[in-house]
Design a binder for this molecule. Structure first.
Ligand code: SAM
Ligand code: SF4
Length: 341
């Protein structure tokens, strides 16, 4: 892997396998207005107390450190559902003002369920949001309600339209494909993308559901997803960089899809991500068993140098990759909404 030189005064976060951290995912809340079956339980997940959640000032300080001094180029806000955090636009504005060590603006992206986006898309864009992923797993109202446990398909579709109108293109639509739930809609989503100009990104189901119902036979692999679409709308693979999605474009030029093969073809060897949970725990992998308590360090008066040391130490210990499907796989103690996808 080519390792670019750090900008002057900056230091790269490089792990023991030579992977360089470029992307910081920040969960701004563990709360959510949906209860997707592959993520949260129907009820009973205890929210973090308000005082344990990082403030905007604390998030900005960590983001600034990672971007200005530690080589991070993009930030993605996630959750829980990030749009339920009050004044999200204020945070986006704070983060969008951060410049990388080389003077370029940091990219600020958002992953959202889209339910509140109809009114928020334009203000978020105006605040400096550059990219958006909107999650949508069924185009059928009744099934959408079964999967999310909320009857909000109309809101999400209007949210997608608002994101396109606000110029957040290409709008990416995250589709978690689960066998027996929505694998019969793969081609429908391709058609939805061809019709509306959004890019579907099909995600393999990972063992991060709070209900613990994941099993390998529910995973619809990337090859199967691509083959289903290719049979109807021929696809050509697009060369891509370190991002986990393998990308495919339609031979007739009608757009593109992405497929995230986290389970069947893990991309851990190219992983450039780290994560900060809503309560300020630093994680070097979605499946990591160890996390590092940035909140206590921050609130205990740690200097930027000390925080940078903590980050470098954690990244130095990053493992080669997850072990999904192997006998020694251990589920992380948090489920997806508590980590931040
Ligand atoms: N609430 C926002 C949303 O749904 O887009 C952001 C947080 S959500 C945890 C981030 C992404 O993780 C979503 O695209 C969601 O579909 C995906 N996700 C959640 N649970 C998953 C699982 N068990 N396997 C694969 N993807 C999952
Ligand atoms: Fe909420 Fe997103 Fe998890 Fe669905 S996937 S329950 S919208 S955090």
């Amino acid at each position: 892997m080519e390792v670019p030189e750090p900008a002057e005064g900056a230091r790269l976060l490089t792990d023991s396998f030579g992977r360089v951290v470029r992307d910081l995912r920040i969960s701004v809340t563990d709360r959510c207005n949906f209860r997707c079956v592959y993520c949260m339980p129907a009820e009973g997940l205890k929210w973090l107390p308000r005082a344990e959640i990082l403030t905007f000032e604390e998030i900005e300080r960590i983001a600034r450190l990672f971007v200005e001094r530690l080589g991070v180029e993009s930030i993605r806000l996630t959750g829980g559902e990030p749009t339920v955090r009050a004044d999200l636009g204020v945070l986006v504005r704070l983060l969008a003002a951060i410049r990388r060590g080389d003077g370029k603006p940091v990219e600020v992206a958002l992953t959202t369920n889209g339910a509140k986006l109809e009114r928020m898309a334009q203000p978020l864009r105006d605040a400096g949001l550059t990219r958006i992923n909107i999650s949508l797993d069924s185009l059928k109202p009744a099934r959408f309600a079964e999967i999310t446990r909320r009857d909000s398909l109309g809101e999400v579709l209007r949210g997608i339209t608002a994101a396109v109108r606000a110029g957040l293109e290409p709008v990416k639509v995250n589709v978690v494909v689960v066998r027996g739930w929505n694998d019969d809609e793969i081609v429908d989503f391709a058609e939805f993308g061809r019709r509306t100009g959004v890019q579907p990104r099909f995600i393999e189901f990972m063992p991060l559901d709070a209900d613990g119902t994941w099993s390998m036979d529910k995973v619809v692999g990337a090859d199967e997803i691509v083959a289903a679409i290719h049979a109807v709308y021929p696809l050509e693979e697009v060369a891509h960089g370190p991002e986990p999605a393998s990308r495919w474009r339609y031979a007739d030029g009608a757009g593109e899809i992405g497929v995230i093969p986290s389970v069947t073809k893990p991309f851990c060897g190219d992983c450039d991500r780290v994560r900060l949970t809503a309560e300020g725990s630093f994680m070097t992998c979605l499946f990591a068993r160890d996390d590092y308590d940035f909140r206590t360090a921050l609130r205990g008066g740690a200097s930027d140098d000390e925080l940078a040391e903590l980050a470098a130490m954690a990244v130095g210990l990053k493992w080669a990759g997850h072990r999904i499907g192997k006998v020694d796989f251990v589920r992380p103690r948090r489920s997806m909404s508590q980590i931040g996808g």
